[in-house]
Design a protein around this ligand. Structure first.
Ligand code: URA
Length: 185
């Protein structure tokens, strides 16, 4: 059995896939260790790799604003990624990279024990919900996976590329707030 700290220790030394050779820092994830909501992105980008923290670049700043808009702060939630090391040039993680890394995420989910998982983007949803998940077609609908409520929504970087995605993403965030508040009743 791990603790988040001991798991992070293993993860920091991980060399299970070739991404370890090009990383600056492992981005393990961070946040409230007892959060009832966990946000799961794809993998570190340039800024995250430099700082060793998730969602700190431009997409992360938009993510923070969206969180704040539903009354949450980063300290309230837990934030992690499918892969913990940056794929070169921000390409999508390869299947074998995700497969060797997702064990860390499974442990993070087990240890934090959230009620809600939010998949940010297609790569996250494909690794968590189903391989053929289509984010444009299937986002915004709760999926019940075992004891978890899972909400797939757009990745904040996609919102920066395409303004038209902002409104549906905002609807998803309002839905997340509603579910989150319902849990507290
Ligand atoms: N994009 C992600 O998917 N994760 C991060 O941590 C940053 C950008």
């Amino acid at each position: 059995m791990y603790t988040l700290e001991s798991l992070e220790g293993y993860c920091q030394k991980c060399n299970k896939c070739p991404l370890h050779m090009t990383r600056t820092n492992v981005v393990f994830g961070e946040g409230n260790p007892n959060a009832s909501i966990m946000f799961i992105g794809e993998g570190p980008g340039y800024n995250e790799d430099k700082q060793g923290r998730p969602f700190v670049g431009a997409a992360g700043q938009l993510f923070d604003r969206m969180l704040n808009a539903i009354g949450l702060k980063r300290e309230d939630v837990y934030i992690a990624n499918i892969v913990k090391c940056r794929p070169p040039n921000n390409r999508n993680p390869l299947a074998e990279e995700s497969e060797s890394c997702i064990e860390y995420l499974r442990w993070q989910v087990k240890l934090v024990n959230p009620k809600i998982l939010v998949c940010l983007g297609a790569v996250s949803a494909q690794n968590i919900i189903s391989q053929d998940f289509k984010i444009t077609k299937n986002r915004g609908v709760w999926v019940e996976l075992g004891k978890f409520y899972v909400m797939p929504t757009y990745h904040p970087a996609a919102l920066l590329r395409d303004e038209n995605k902002k409104r549906p993403a905002w609807e998803d965030f309002k839905n997340i707030k509603k579910k989150y508040e319902g849990l507290k009743l």
